[in-house]
Ligand binder design. Sequence first.
Ligand code: HEC
Length: 153
Amino acid sequence: MRRRLLSVCIVAALSGGYAAAAFAQAKPETLVKQRKAAMTMQGKYFYGSLNPMAQGKIPYDAAVAARNAGYLEVLSKLPWDGFAESTKDQKDTGALPAIWTEPAKFKAAQDRLQTAVAALVAATKGGNEATVKAAIGDLGKACGNCHDNFAKQ
Ligand code: HEC
């Protein structure tokens, strides 16, 4: 009996994944809130600033573009450990079930985002406006690629 209980605990701990490994057990609704907050902040710097700059809707500012790219470099790493199995049945979320049925594809979409952000950071260091704008466009596609498959909006 005791041994069975122990193995149940081990399975529960393992299925918690990397979120549970490095943090005290957070409530599923807290994880959802946190990952949405990280996404919201990406939206602030991308849709609110970089994207309209690339589209010519606001003036291009190389210093602001470089700063915001640096913010996104960190922000783009933050949401993922919030997609723990424990959050699967949460209601107040725009996450689609495909996240849990197609984990490799979801991970690939995260990697594509990270690659696109790294390319943007590199472009802002080069200082060429056209290259930066093209990198912003690619980054937008990386956001959209994942949203099309894994988010309601
Ligand atoms: C690998 C997948 C993936 C990538 C890449 C991605 N997102 Fe998201 N995004 C999601 C998912 C899933 C949700 C829904 C999260 C939830 O509601 O729990 C979401 C939600 C959002 C939201 C709504 C947050 C809220 O409060 O409801 C915004 C804004 C957002 N993303 C912006 C972005 C921006 C900007 C980028 C690119 C810089 C981006 N996302 C890249 C998967 C992704």
